[in-house]
Design a protein around this ligand. Structure first.
Ligand code: PLP
Length: 219
């Protein structure tokens, strides 16, 4: 098997039941992504709509496509065509655009709300204290289905440093379950990357997003 295939197999073997791997594919070629899919990857995460369109042309619906980057409203139409889920909804305006484009495409778009757990200026996502208001706004849209939460946490450093970020997202996830809002489910908690996925799983993640550990360092 290829190196990419070996890495995928090793991670899949390590994951507890119920935890799914999302392969973070930014800056990788369609051929590399295809190798990961052939090794058993079922979900591909893309940060850029244009890059996703190129990879999609090679892989198609052999895998599911998750948008995990920052989505600009002028890219929503294309995103709604390609993606099975948008993991990074963080504003009412973006949600309204997804709802509108979903309606024209006849599609109910599954989304996650991105939480900026660290309240870091340079990161996207809704601040934890504003998340419930956003959830209520999203729940009103007919062509959006909220299915959970996503958070980033630090990219590098000691994995333990990420734990408090994951705890914040987990607490909201559990709180929102109790709200019983129509059209809203809290099924997926997407958190953890190459450096932090083990801690994320301990803190309740059931979707982890891995790039470097599968493909090697980004050049
Ligand atoms: C790049 C990226 C990842 C994966 O990061 P690695 O450290 O390469 O595993 C996960 N989530 C998002 C949103 C990313 O942009």
């Amino acid at each position: 098997m290829s190196l990419i295939g070996d890495n995928v197999a090793r991670i899949l073997a390590e994951l507890p039941p119920g935890v799914e791997l999302v392969v973070a594919a930014k800056a990788r070629t369609p051929a590399e992504i295809l190798e990961a899919v052939e090794a058993g990857v079922r979900i591909i995460g893309e940060n850029y709509v244009q890059e996703a369109a190129e990879a999609f042309a090679a892989v198609g619906r052999r895998a599911q496509w998750h948008f995990i980057g920052h989505l600009q409203t002028n890219k929503v139409k294309k995103a709604v065509e390609i993606f099975d889920m948008i993991e990074t909804v963080d504003s009412a305006d973006l949600a309204a655009e997804i709802d509108k484009r979903g309606r024209s495409a006849g599609k109910i778009m599954p989304v996650l709300i991105e939480i900026n757990s660290g309240e870091e200026e340079q990161k996207f996502g809704v601040r934890p204290q504003d998340a419930e208001a956003l959830l209520l706004a999203l729940a009103r849209h007919q062509n959006i289905r909220v299915q959970g939460l996503m958070t980033m946490g630090p990219f590098e450093g000691d994995p333990e440093d990420a734990r408090p970020y994951f705890k914040i997202a987990r607490r909201l996830f559990e709180d929102f379950k109790t709200l019983g809002l129509p059209g809203v489910e809290m099924t997926y908690l997407s958190m953890g990357m190459t450096n932090s996925y083990r801690v994320a799983i301990e803190e309740g993640a059931n979707r982890i997003r891995i790039g470097t550990k599968i493909f090697g360092p980004r050049s």
